[in-house]
Design a protein around this ligand. Structure first.
Ligand SMILES: Cc1ncc(C[n+]2csc(CCOP(=O)(O)OP(=O)(O)O)c2C)c(N)n1
Ligand SMILES: CC(=O)[C@@H](O)[C@H](O)COP(=O)(O)O
Ligand SMILES: [Mg+2]
Length: 638
């Protein structure tokens, strides 16, 4: 039976009844379950393979029905879902209506926060621990954060460690060190962690901690052996842990993260240590599946794959379509070729942003800051001040981490930093943590900022050239989807000018961003249904094209459409402009993401459900015109 133990596991409390052999078998079954999943959908794979043993050890040593556990970022939470009773639903993960690919308190009490952004785990467990000490002082609730080496250099982690040491809270931070973020890790902390790798696994324990281990029953590995390694261990300690010790954390490690029983012993021990502790665990990303071990970048979130007769990995579909990300990366590449002042910054998303070619060709003008978006933006501000033309290429949702640096270090200084906001829109299976649906709103509030949204792929390079030609900060947004082209003689980009595709006598759709082709589709349908509706490629969220807005309002009804939250986005900008110009707003309909968090699911389906497609536009047009739709609109609704 392939899932003999897993299928019987209803609660992590059962883990304590398993012997060593059964625990090891469970690890194999979890890996098998992970493999089954990734054969038919893109899902986080290598990171999950790497934490199987750590997850089993943590859940068998702690009782997280009262103790607290936060997996930083949350993309490596699949084994945790499996051991906390979600095996029966596991097949549904990352599908619409199914389990989320990240922790989700709606699914289980063992998931405390919905997460997906890196770096907050130490802060949240510190908050949990501090409140638990105040509210449940008679219980000794433990608090554990598991954080990867990629997430560790985020500034907020050091803020939290600083605070935890100051409060001297009993806190366990497990550093899951696999030498990788999505891409190979970079920077000073990475080099520092590398030093710990030169020494063997830390089998000895220092100072007052060593006696504690001697008191514990040690299965397999005698304490004498551990102490025999003391000299090496000391070296390891000074190389590997000094940073954390100096920050007020007790450092223990590094230890083998693929040995469940050894992990259990160390966890039992650190559980008793007072004050904040960092347990340094070495794991291998992709462990247990050779192709993923060999290529952890590809297998971070691989496209669905299967094995051929030679046991080689083959992709399930040979999709050759080009995404907006590729179009933007090509445009950035061209801009860097044309002007030596242009440089690009990514925050640990080189692969996601498709910047590999640029990294290899222009190593001096490519900067990977690590998962440090706030720093990346301030860094770009400094470069712009010195005369460079930095492009900050960051996913819309992660750029939220830089809100204050966008304000102070860029907009307030009026520095010409260009923000390429990838994944701006609904992100599909990643869900609410990753949907980039707030940037129209958060960018347009800043004075000096020029905010653009390409209507199709042809707009992208034109907008980038325009952005690099102006002296103020600017942003360009595009979603995670295949690029589309609207056949036309493309108008040049002019500050605050939209592109009128057609003019309608009954009404006009002001389309902001890549939903432009849906607007054109809707206008064609509506024409067949007796409504003359025009389409405008808005292009600018700020400054908006007041001339076109006035003309549209004076002609008939106006529908705005955007893949952004309804609060403060393009539609709001149009309403504000109408108000400014003294124009009526009663025939303006704003189509946008409603004021709620959108679940995970295929982008197209989510958009359709929210009325952000041709059918939704037709419906809105008929409502505004007071007419009714005919069969062809019903066709679209289907
Ligand atoms: C704020 C933020 N920026 C970027 C990302 C994208 N991201 C997800 S996982 C990851 C790498 C994390 O590395 P690590 O913590 O070492 O985990 P591993 O995958 O190696 O287990 C990155 C950059 C994110 N989730 N959150
Ligand atoms: C966990 C995380 O934040 C990333 O792995 C994210 O899922 C990447 O998204 P893309 O697959 O769209 O690059
Ligand atoms: Mg890592």
């Amino acid at each position: 039976m392939p899932f003999e133990i897993l299928s019987e596991l209803k609660s992590p409390k059962q883990l304590r009844d398993l012997d060593d052999q059964q625990q090891n078998q469970l690890a194999s079954e979890i890996r098998e379950a992970l493999l089954t999943i990734v054969s038919d959908r893109a899902a986080h794979f290598a990171s999950n393979l790497g934490v199987v043993e750590l997850c089993i050890a943590l859940h068998s040593v702690f009782d997280f029905s009262k103790d607290r556990l936060i997996w930083d970022t949350g993309h490596q939470v699949y084994p945790h879902k499996l051991v906390t009773g979600r095996f029966p639903e596991f097949q549904s993960i990352r599908t619409r209506g199914g389990l989320m690919g990240y922790p989700n308190p709606v699914e289980s009490d063992y998931d405390l926060f919905v997460t997906g952004h890196a770096g907050s785990s130490v802060s949240t467990v510190l908050g949990l621990k501090t409140a638990d000490d105040l509210l449940f002082s008679d219980e000794d609730r433990k608090s554990v954060a598991v954080i990867g080496d990629g997430a560790l250099p985020s500034g907020i982690v050091f803020e939290a460690m600083n605070n935890a040491a100051g409060l001297n809270k009993d806190l366990l931070v497990v550093l899951n060190d696999n030498k990788m973020g999505i891409c190979p890790r970079v920077g000073g902390v990475a080099s520092y962690l590398d030093k710990a790798r030169v020494a063997p696994f830390y089998n000895g324990l220092k100072r007052d901690v060593s006696w504690l281990l001697n008191k514990l029953p040690v299965v397999g590995e005698p304490v004498e052996h551990m102490l025999g390694q003391f000299k090496e261990a000391l070296k390891t300690f000074f190389h590997g842990g000094m940073l954390f010790e100096e920050m007020g954390f007790r450092y223990i490690g590094p230890v083998d993260g693929h040995d469940i029983q050894s992990l259990q012993r160390y966890l039992e021990m650190v559980k008793e240590v007072k004050g904040p502790v960092l347990l340094h665990v070495f794991t291998e990303k992709g462990y247990g599946f050779e192709p993923a071990q060999k290529d952890p970048v590809k297998f971070h979130t691989p496209a669905p794959f299967c094995r051929d007769e030679n046991n080689e990995i083959v992709p399930v579909s040979a999709d050759k379509s080009v995404a907006y990300t590729n179009i933007a990366a090509d445009a950035i590449h061209q801009a860097m070729q044309a002007d030596e002042k242009v440089c690009v910054l990514t925050a640990a998303m080189c692969a996601g942003n498709k910047l590999n070619k640029i990294r290899d060709e222009f190593p001096d003008r490519f900067f990977d800051t690590g998962i440090c978006e706030g720093h990346a933006v301030a860094f770009a501000g400094g470069m712009a001040k010195s005369g460079m033309r930095p492009i900050v290429d960051i996913y819309s949702t992660f750029l939220q981490r830089s809100f204050d640096q966008i304000f102070q270090e860029v907009a307030l200084q009026n520095l010409p930093v260009v923000f390429c906001m990838d994944r701006a829109g609904l992100c599909g299976p990643d869900g609410p943590t990753h949907h980039g649906v707030f940037d129209n709103s958060y960018m347009r509030i800043f004075p000096n900022m020029v905010v653009m949204a390409p209507g199709d792929e042809l707009d992208v390079p034109l907008m980038l050239d325009f952005a690099l030609s102006i002296d103020s900060p600017s942003s360009i947004r595009y979603p995670k989807t295949n690029a589309e082209t609207v056949e036309r003689s493309v108008a040049p980009i002019e500050m605050g000018k939209s592109e009128v595709m057609s003019w309608g006598e009954d009404g006009n759709i002001l389309a902001c961003g890549v939903l432009l082709p849906r607007a054109i589709e809707a206008a064609e349908k509506l024409r067949g249904e007796g409504l003359d509706v025009g389409v405008v490629n808005a292009r600018f969220v700020k400054p908006v094209d007041e001339d076109v807005i006035r003309r549209a309002i004076e002609t008939g009804f106006v529908i705005t459409i955007e893949e952004n939250a309804i609060c403060g986005g393009f539609g709001s900008a149009v309403l504000e402009a109408a108000n400014r110009m003294g124009e009526p707003t009663d025939r303006i309909k704003v189509l946008a993401i409603p004021d709620e968090f959108v679940e995970h699911g295929p982008r197209g389906e989510l958009l359709a459900d929210l009325g952000l497609d041709a059918a939704g536009l037709c419906k809105a047009a008929h409502e505004l015109a007071g007419s009714s739709s005919d069969a062809s609109t019903q066709e679209l609704v289907k």
